[in-house]
Design a protein around this ligand. Structure first.
Ligand code: SF4
Ligand code: SF4
Length: 110
């Protein structure tokens, strides 16, 4: 398993890299409440269903997350688990080539 030394530099790159931010129903309800939105309105406006992937946050045209504004997360206190646990993901910890790729955009990893 790869050892990671990590301290976030708040560059926002992980919120811009192409990919999916998965979101559970519980997480969606928490975010909707935080945004003071009806859950179904939240789902429609900010999420999409991708075949074989599931429910994910929408992205902007430049592939950044829809919640990234001025390099900050608009929903930081209630951001999804996937965002909270980065970069301590199994595939990064278990795969050296994946870690190498992630290090290219995340300068918080030593
Ligand atoms: S929800 Fe917030 S932390 Fe997660 S990718 Fe979007 S902007 Fe980044
Ligand atoms: S890419 Fe790494 S250093 Fe930059 S905000 Fe994301 S976790 Fe922090």
């Amino acid at each position: 398993m790869n050892e990671i030394k990590f301290s976030c530099k708040r560059c926002g790159n992980c919120c811009r890299v192409p990919g999916f931010v998965h979101i559970s129903k519980t997480e969606g309800k928490r975010i909707a409440e935080f945004l003071k939105l009806d859950f179904l309105d939240f789902k429609k406006k900010y999420t999409e269903w991708i075949l074989f992937v599931g429910r994910v946050l929408k992205g902007n045209e430049d592939s950044s997350c829809i919640f990234l504004k001025d390099n900050s997360c608009m929903i930081y206190p209630v951001r999804p688990e996937q965002c909270r646990t980065f970069p301590y993901w199994k595939n990064i910890l278990n795969d050296t080539s994946e870690l190498k790729y992630v290090k290219e955009y995340c300068k918080g990893i030593e």
